[in-house]
Design a protein around this ligand. Structure first.
Ligand code: GDP
Length: 294
């Protein structure tokens, strides 16, 4: 992830560092190149534009022109703004027990895998997570969650295969969870190829019933601009409290990761970096910025 973007930035910054005395034109040229690199990496147009404007405003400050190493200073401004764009600080989950955590997202984004990853993480922190399968459309998804749950030794609620009433399933799941004395309940919901009204209506109903402390959108970082519009839609539907970006281990361009926070105003809380259940971690904006800067 980010390799093409990192290469372009590296080249631009190397050129800038090579300039002895920096002029306004040097900065403008460099920022134009950076803007192109961001757009090529699939960063949303408005986000790229605003970001560049901010870097420019700061870089044009007299300090840069006076400084001994103006190139370095601009790299620093860029780094700071990038960290800010990504969200400044890592954001924790609201985990007051029994914490209800609803995962939503499109099919294939990595919801089911992420549900198990999150359960494993919470278990390692000494909590008692429970997994709840709420995808009533794909029996395979229920089996997949049950299999993953077994691997990590986390109890899993699986609905009756003939039951099609989601609220009824959620009601049964909550009664089961009470008996299990779980402290964090992770609900894996049905996805779709794309957002449709039925999905949204069902999700809203489940959301209302479960009243989750966290509603996390699981988004595939490789889907570029689409991931951003998906985030907008889910947020409008149920009000997401955060984003989990999956597949950051892939070779996609990574622009979605850069646009998500800005476009939705919701923090990226976790990242998935592989198919294995321990390839998951808290999202650190600063680390991500350093990774992008190479
Ligand atoms: P769902 O349809 O949203 O529930 O998605 P799944 O959990 O079934 O995941 C779809 C595919 O993506 C599976 O093959 C997962 O192993 C894979 N996957 C999930 N998260 C990651 C990740 O962070 N990195 C990689 N490389 N693959 C992932």
């Amino acid at each position: 992830m980010f390799s093409a973007l990192s290469d372009s930035l590296d080249k631009t910054f190397r050129n800038l560092r090579g300039v002895g005395k920096i002029s306004e034109k040097n900065i403008t040229d460099a920022l134009r190149e950076i803007r192109l690199a961001l757009l090529e990496a699939d960063v949303e147009f408005g986000v790229a534009k605003e970001f560049i404007a901010k870097v420019k405003e700061k870089a044009m400050g007299v300090d840069v022109f006076k400084s001994i190493k103006p190139g370095e200073q601009i790299v620093k401004i860029f780094n700071d703004e990038l960290t800010h764009l990504l969200g400044d600080d890592a954001e924790a989950l609201n985990l007051n027990p029994p914490a209800h955590i609803l995962l939503c997202g499109l099919n294939g984004a990595g919801k089911t895998t992420t549900a198990a990853k999150l359960a494993l993480r919470l278990q390692k922190e000494g909590r008692r997570p429970l997994l709840i399968a709420c995808d009533l459309y794909r029996p395979a998804a229920i089996d997949q969650l049950a299999t993953l749950a077994k691997q990590i030794n986390v109890p899993c609620f699986t609905p009756d295969p003939d039951e099609k009433n989601l609220v009824k399933v959620a009601k049964q799941a909550l009664a089961w969870a009470k008996d299990q004395q779980g402290t964090a309940l992770i609900f894996d919901t049905a996805g779709r190829q794309e957002i449709d009204e039925k999905l949204v209506a069902e999700l809203k109903e489940l959301h209302r019933f479960v009243s989750p402390a966290e509603t996390l959108l699981v988004a595939d970082s490789a889907t570029g601009q689409q991931a951003v519009s998906v985030a907008r839609h889910f947020d409008e539907a149920v009000g997401i409290t955060g984003i989990i970006l999956t597949k950051l281990d892939g070779d996609a361009r990574g622009g979605a990761a850069l646009s998500m926070r800005q476009v939705t105003g919701r923090p990226i809380k976790f990242i998935g970096e592989g198919e294995k259940l321990d390839q998951f971690g808290v999202f650190h904006p600063e680390r991500m910025a350093s990774r992008i800067l190479g």
